[in-house]
Design a binder for this molecule. Structure first.
Ligand code: PLP
Length: 295
């Protein structure tokens, strides 16, 4: 078994060492995967796009008919307590705040139980950002059919489909698995996917098949800021394979260039197999946003 860290975590109103935190085996998160989560990045102890993450947490809870147990100020205070505790243990770098809410503890029955309190769990860990080599050379991805359920819009803790998809790329030494449903791009196992055609950034429309990453709106804003066209529309597999650039986005990856797909180089001409200019401009704008939009 892995050695679990003794960093501070939060569980149902109490703070304590992560390695000692325990939930009931009848927790519906354990029995059914009946819960949702969020991952909020923090830079130098400040939370990035916190209100957008909280809004998505609320959307996910609403779709599961779980009441949000805390106010914005309560969430913020708990997040800051965990960030400060990790910083106090020498975790001075960038951090990831993980929040999980499950429906609670009840006798096993598929139907929603009444009179249960949601289980709230939060932990904080050091962020493992992309390496300088990955930023310089880009990363390799594979493609696959999107075999997950049809409610990718819910940030559900039931992640078996995503786990299996991500393992397919891990088995090939690749960074992500880019998926297609009925021939159209959805997303990757743990990231959103963007393509660049004729200088414009294109992403799949927001739908029940895709998790609306917090970087969806952020990338739109960054594109507006630096004067790059941004458009959400159905993207065929051929559009991905013929793109000038392919990008991944997520809380930890920020924006990351994909330079090889199923072993073939991405892009054209001198930039074939290399990160492109749209990536470079968005990455730079992203770094500025981190400095101005963290609280
Ligand atoms: C399936 C999936 N899609 C997209 C994303 C990107 O979301 P965000 O930008 O909010 O990190 C994630 C993040 O983990 C994810 O798991």
């Amino acid at each position: 078994m892995q050695t679990l860290p003794d960093t501070l975590c939060y569980l149902n109103g109490e703070y304590g060492p992560l390695r000692d935190a325990k939930v009931s085996v009848l927790d519906r998160g354990f029995i059914f995967g009946d819960g949702i989560y969020e991952v909020v990045p923090a830079y130098a102890g400040r939370l990035f796009r916190f209100d957008e993450h909280l809004a998505r947490l609320n959307r996910s809870l609403t779709k599961l008919r779980i009441a949000n147990p805390h106010s914005r100020e309560e969430w913020l205070e708990r997040c800051r307590t965990l960030l400060a505790a990790l910083a106090g243990k020498g975790g001075t770098g960038d951090q990831l705040l993980y929040i999980q809410i499950t429906r609670g503890v009840a006798l096993r029955d598929h139907v929603f139980p009444t009179d249960v309190e949601p289980t709230v769990f939060m932990m904080c860990s050091a962020m493992k950002p992309a390496t300088p080599e990955q930023r310089h050379a880009g990363v390799a991805c594979i493609t696959a059919r999107d075999f997950r359920w049809e409610r990718g819009d819910i940030k559900s803790i039931s992640l078996l489909g995503n786990v299996l998809a991500r393992q397919m790329s891990a088995d090939k030494g690749a960074t992500e698995t880019i998926m297609f449903r009925n021939g159209l791009l959805t997303e990757a196992a743990a990231s959103n996917v963007w393509v660049v055609h004729e200088g414009a950034v294109l992403g799949p429309p927001k739908s029940e098949h895709v998790l609306e990453g917090i970087r969806y709106d952020l990338i739109r804003e960054l594109c507006e800021e630096v004067g790059i066209a941004y458009n959400l529309r159905p993207i065929a597999e051929a559009d991905v394979l013929s793109a000038d650039e392919v990008l991944l986005s997520s809380a930890t990856k920020e924006i990351l260039p994909v330079t090889s797909l199923d072993g073939a180089p991405v892009g054209h001409g001198a930039l074939r197999g290399k990160p492109g200019p749209v990536y470079a401009r968005l990455f730079e704008a992203y770094q500025r946003a981190k400095a101005t939009q963290s609280i």
